[in-house]
Ligand binder design. Structure first.
Ligand code: FES
Length: 401
């Protein structure tokens, strides 16, 4: 899963040509891939790169496969051309070919930008076609295609930070948090970091040794607290699922959290953990603007019914308007890009909200789940990458024309 960011980042995709056609082929007629993480709503920069940049997947070579746990592997990746810049907390969307079909999945980058290398860690998801393929079959020397880095989560250049960063994660949600922690340790000497990390069992803990090494190297600045659902005998860390009572207990237990009101929080993990952590923080009076989330969601099979007829789409942007026709089955994004309209997008699978536009008129059918919040849906936002026009529609794209 990881991946699910502000930042100007999708403007780093390779300049096109053949890739444009390749990626467009991936987009057209494909079901939206389930997303594993999301960028919290309302924090996406409206970067409008050129259509050619938008559509280009880049090739990366797998330079090393490192097994982290029985169910998780790290893929060290090398871009075949220039390595793009990114910030801690961002993700890559892997375009994985399995059985002749391209699947897209987002995985957080767990290396730090200062490392000069990019790696993602993939944890097996039960019955997950892509995660199991990556964990079981990808080997050194393989070439994968990726979109991104993407996402507004983490240490975006415009991120306001307090003197204390509290990271709360579960399972493979550690990946962006690990990058954030290492980046803060290397770049922000005035920032203290507390990591609360939940797992089922000790053997499920990703980066266990690396976290221990990091904590002992920075005893004054980094506190790591592991919480296990099934703790072994003699365990001195936290015990239990990271639900609201456990989050509350752990936050109370951790020393030095008296500055919660001014701390910056980064949450990443399973939905239940995320909701519990967020509720606990808000109940403690933490300003929601200080809580940053990267969500993971279970893959869903449900997709929107594909319209059987072409539909007219009017795109409005900055006072100008363009009308085009979406072919049967085309998403709004595919139709817009095919018509040469510069439309924002990032993950292309419903997981980041970079492509959200306002539905002004008409109806669309959208694949689910997606990262849109109930509030966004109520306000009329739709994701162009996973939505198809059910009839004539008018959409408003944010940004300058
Ligand atoms: S591009 Fe990420 S949700 Fe549409």
């Amino acid at each position: 899963m990881f991946a699910i960011f502000a930042v100007p980042l999708r403007d780093r995709f390779e300049a096109l040509g053949r890739d444009l056609r390749t990626v467009a082929a991936d987009l057209v007629g494909q079901r939206a891939a389930p997303f594993s993480a999301r960028a919290p709503l309302g924090r996406h920069s409206r970067v409008i790169p050129s259509a050619r940049d938008l559509l280009s997947a880049r090739s990366v070579r797998v330079t090393e496969v490192v097994r982290q746990t029985a169910d998780a592997v790290t893929l060290e990746l090398a871009f075949e051309r220039d390595t793009p810049a990114w910030h801690a907390g961002q993700f890559l969307t892997l375009v994985v070919d399995i059985g002749g079909q391209a699947y897209r999945r987002a995985y957080s980058i767990h290396t730090a930008p200062a490392d000069g290398r990019i790696a993602v860690t993939v944890k097996r998801v039960r019955d997950g076609k892509v995660s199991n393929h990556l964990v079981d079959h990808v080997k050194e020397g393989d070439v994968l295609r990726v979109l991104g880095p993407s996402g507004t989560f983490g240490l975006a250049p415009d991120r306001a930070m307090g003197a204390h960063a509290v990271l709360i994660g579960g399972g493979s949600g550690i990946t962006p948090l690990y990058s954030i922690a290492r980046t803060l340790l290397g770049t922000r000497e005035d920032t203290r970091i507390t990591l609360l990390y939940g797992n089922r069992r000790l053997e499920d803990v990703i980066f266990a040794d690396a976290l221990a090494t990091l904590a002992s190297a920075h005893p004054e600045r980094l506190t790591v607290r592991h919480v296990l659902e099934e703790a072994p005998a003699g365990w001195t860390g936290g015990v239990g699922r990271l639900d609201a009572p456990t989050c509350e207990e752990e936050l109370s237990r951790l020393g030095g959290l008296g500055d919660l009101a001014s701390a910056t929080f980064f949450l990443c993990g399973p939905e239940g953990m995320m909701n519990a952590a967020r509720a606990t923080l808000l109940a403690r009076g933490v300003d929601p603007s200080r809580v940053h989330e990267e969500r993971f969601s279970s893959p869903a099979q449900r997709v929107s019914p594909a319209p059987t007829t072409a539909q007219p789409i009017t795109l409005r942007k900055g006072g100008r308007s363009t009308t085009l026709v979406a072919a049967p089955g085309q998403t709004l994004l595919e139709a817009g890009l095919a018509a040469g309209v510069e439309m924002p997008f990032s993950c292309a699978m419903g997981g980041c909200a970079a492509c959200k536009v306002k539905l002004i008129d008409g109806e669309v059918a959208s694949d689910e789940p997606s990262c849109l919040t109930d509030r966004e849906r109520a306000e009329g936002w739709v994701l162009t990458c996973v939505s198809r026009a059910s009839g004539p529609v008018t959409l408003e794209i944010e940004g300058e024309s």
